[in-house]
Design a protein around this ligand. Structure first.
Ligand code: NAP
Ligand code: HSE
Length: 428
């Protein structure tokens, strides 16, 4: 048996308490699997007196996470506080400088400071692991960096924020508005302390930025992501999309094109019969397309105490086994600077608009679309009472530029009774 691996855990909230439970409950199993006894020596959180639902006796207490991270008796600093900067970053940097391995679940920190932290960790010859940061309990980092290392990655597409998927699926199943389900989710504690991180797509975009770096050998580029949240998704669009055979998902897509790295996180339509279309509640799904493997689909719980702690412990076990890999799958010094590229690849689009109910209105819209080179695949007009007819159009594959051109021309037709809604239909 090797000498024990000693953990110092900063953050004893949902994830931290889950990690303490696994270390205590699965001690024999962890030691059998790694050949090393995994022990907690010290912990830190803001409030010492809070009941964490798990005994903390026998662990040293540090008020200051930096002091915890640099303790003599800590081999692995486990950062579970969260936040892009502040104590999480300070303590992570201090741990690396002190020669400690780091395990974190903090996607916000990695999406912004990942490159600098990776360079520091690799220079110090310590591990920096973050399986829990992307898609909770799904081992997607391990899949990309290890199992799929022989592939040129073509595309990553997925649902990476459980709260948004919960809101969208609940709106549909209960027939509730966005505002009603948002309030419900907030009351149930499903949303981040700053809910904008969830519904604004920022949390999911943090995750996509991390996956893109590993997949395409580029420095993490959060700012290069085309980002739109779910706040403007209406129950009408959810219903109409369903009527046309689609579901609306907050979808992340990353792919390398001849023009650069395309990364987008935005509400899209996907076929309702597809695995992504079938995804309910807080579940996450990531599909990875590789040159040799074709497609691998990973599905599982994207958040919560058990699933997230499970991912943290996977990283701890790898460290206990002596596995040390480049942080983003190849040495950080060899990661290239990506050129952000807006999507120019054609796709079908969903358009919803309300038209003045007068002769020739629909014909004007069809002409404008045709003039812009946008071909109509399917169209549906709904019954109405207020003099404006709701119209849905699904286009054949076309560029977003052509759709934008048509939208601009529509403003001059004099038949639009409301701003059109435009959503991309993604092939999944
Ligand atoms: P949480 O429940 O809010 O817990 C945060 C913990 O950090 C609390 O114990 C808090 O102490 C402690 N903390 C905050 N500031 C501190 C400071 N300055 N010094 C010492 N301790 C401090 O958060 P969580 O949900 O466990 O999330 C932790 C991390 O995991 C975040 O990066 C999050 O994005 C990530 N993550 C979470 C999930 C999930 O399902 N929850 C899933 C994937 C990734 P007190 O308890 O005393 O306030
Ligand atoms: N707020 C995140 C989500 C937590 O809903 O997916 C897990 O990262």
């Amino acid at each position: 048996m090797n000498s024990p691996l000693r953990l110092g855990i900063a953050g004893l909230g949902t994830v931290g308490a889950g990690v303490v439970k696994i270390v205590r409950q699965n001690a024999d199993l962890l030691s059998a699997r790694t050949g090393t006894s995994i022990e907690i020596t010290a912990v830190s959180a803001r409030s010492r007196d809070k009941d964490r639902g798990v005994p903390l006796t026998g662990y040293a207490w540090e008020d200051d996470p930096v002091a915890l991270a640099t303790r003599e008796d800590v081999d692995v600093f486990v950062e579970l506080m969260g936040g892009t900067d502040g104590p999480a970053k300070d303590a992570t940097e201090a741990a690396i400088a002190a020669g400690k391995h780091v395990v974190t679940a903090n996607k916000a920190m990695l999406a912004i400071h990942g490159q600098a932290l990776a360079e520091a960790a690799e220079a110090a010859e310590v591990s920096l692991r973050y399986e829990a940061a992307v898609a909770g309990g799904i081992p997607v980092i391990k899949a990309l960096t290890e199992g799929l290392a022989g592939n040129e990655i073509k595309r990553i597409v997925g649902v990476m924020n459980g709260s948004c998927n919960y809101i969208l699926t609940r709106m549909e199943s209960a027939g509730l508005t966005y505002a009603e389900v948002f309030a419900e989710a907030d009351g149930l504690g499903y949303l981040e302390a700053d809910p904008q991180l969830d519904v604004g797509g920022i949390d999911a975009a943090h995750k996509l930025a991390i996956l893109s770096s590993i997949a395409f050998g580029t420095k993490v580029d959060f700012d290069g992501i085309e980002l739109e949240g779910i706040e403007r998704v209406s129950i009408e669009d959810i219903r109409h999309a369903a009527d046309m055979g689609y579901k609306i998902k907050l979808l992340g897509v990353a792919q390398k094109t001849g023009r650069g790295l395309e990364q987008r996180m935005m509400p899209c339509l996907v076929p309702d019969t597809s695995p992504l279309g079938q995804l309910q509640g807080g579940t996450n799904m990531v599909a990875i397309e590789g040159s040799a493997v074709e497609q691998v689909v990973l599905r599982g719980p994207g958040a919560g105490e058990g699933p997230t702690a499970s991912a943290v412990m996977g990283d701890v076990c790898d460290i206990a086994r002596g596995l040390r890999l480049p942080v983003f799958g190849q040495p950080a010094s060899t990661l290239s600077q990506s050129t952000p590229a807006k999507s120019v690849l054609p796709a079908p689009y969903y358009l919803r608009m309300a038209l003045d109910d007068k002769p020739g209105a629909l014909a004007k819209i069809a002409t404008v679309l045709g003039d812009a080179g946008v071909s109509i695949d399917r169209m549906r007009q709904y019954g109405h009472a207020e003099g404006a007819a709701p119209v849905l159009i699904v286009t054949h594959s076309c560029t977003r530029a052509a759709v934008d051109h048509a939208l601009e021309a529509m403003q001059g037709t004099g038949v639009l009774a409301s701003e059109p809604v435009v959503l991309r239909i993604e092939a999944v």
